[in-house]
Ligand binder design. Structure first.
Ligand code: ADP
Ligand code: MG
Length: 278
């Protein structure tokens, strides 16, 4: 059989596409047989890996791609870099543990959650990003349409579920109990990364029921890492740098801008991409 035919039968598309240049390089560099085979198979492997990452990135429905490397830790000294480094190693995903990122708007909660999600995607895990609002509306709709089980399964399937903006909107009883069901299904099986602008003591308010809130916190925090970010908004820093906030009015502006953010993109001021995606 011809080489091209063999590669096609073996579904080695990436090597097939780069065959000429791989062979040319090998002869230029006078590679030994084993070295050549390693090079050739690496081309195929890298191509497959990249395709896998791209597919999982699409499936994750991230609002944007952010990485740990893009995060300026010197701007946020309350974050322990060691903890982030440890999380980046993804041991928590293997152990099906959760991560909770707490802090006021603009301190990088969503950025870090996404960045950990991207790490997980690169390592071959399935990831799904949802705002809490989105999650709850999909669960309630599924329940109304008698397909809750199927919907729950979809949300249990990803190895890492990113739940953004817990606490911007309070939940009603039905929503809280649906959320609890999801949590129980994922408990000790798959990880959740959640961001919230509310501290744990205020979570009772989010769920509208102290008993349910306690049960939710119990499941979520049993195996988890909490990162409490106490710092300044990165968005405001950027604005200040751009001269959009004058020095004298700084505190006043900050007070206004640091109010809990609107929950739906439609309600937000169309200032920049950064602001729209929080
Ligand atoms: P939060 O979710 O806490 O409201 P975001 O993660 O949405 O904040 O951050 C707001 C914007 O600022 C995003 O574009 C994010 O990438 C950026 N950002 C926040 N903190 C940092 C940081 N320490 N270094 C680099 N970019 C940051
Ligand atoms: Mg956010």
């Amino acid at each position: 059989m011809q080489l091209e035919g063999l590669l096609e039968k073996l579904k080695m598309d990436h090597l097939g596409a780069q065959l000429e240049s791989v062979c040319e390089q090998a002869s230029k560099r006078e590679l030994a047989y084993k070295e050549f085979l390693t090079e050739a198979l690496s081309v195929e492997w890298n191509g497959r890996h990249l395709r896998g990452v791209e597919g999982r990135l699409r499936q994750a429905r991230l609002p944007m791609v952010k990485t740990i490397e893009q995060f300026d830790f010197s701007f946020q000294p309350s974050i322990d870099r060691k903890v982030i480094r440890e999380l980046s190693g993804l041991g928590f995903v293997g152990r099906a543990e959760n991560v909770v990122l707490l802090g006021p708007p603009g301190v990088g909660k969503t950025h870090l959650a996404i960045a950990l999600g991207v790490k997980a995607i690169e390592a071959g895990h399935r990831v799904l990003f949802l705002t809490l609002e989105n999650l709850l509306s999909r669960l309630t709709r599924a329940k109304r349409e008698n397909r809750l089980e199927r919907q729950l399964q979809q949300f249990v399937y990803p190895k890492v579920l990113l739940l953004d903006e817990m606490g911007y909107l309070p939940m009603n009883r039905e929503e809280a109990s649906l959320f609890f069901r999801l949590l129980c299904r994922r408990y000790e099986k798959a990880s959740i990364i959640v961001t919230s602008n509310k501290s744990f003591v205020d979570w009772g308010e989010i769920f509208g029921d102290q008993v349910l809130a306690t049960a939710i916190l119990d499941r979520l925090l049993h195996h988890s890492t909490t990162i409490n970010i106490k710092g300044e908004s990165y968005r405001l820093r950027e604005k200040r740098r751009a001269g959009m906030l004058s020095r004298g009015r700084k505190e006043e502006e900050e007070k206004t801008a640091e109010k809990p953010e609107p929950a739906t993109p439609a309600q937000q001021e169309p200032e920049s991409d950064e602001n729209r995606t929080s």
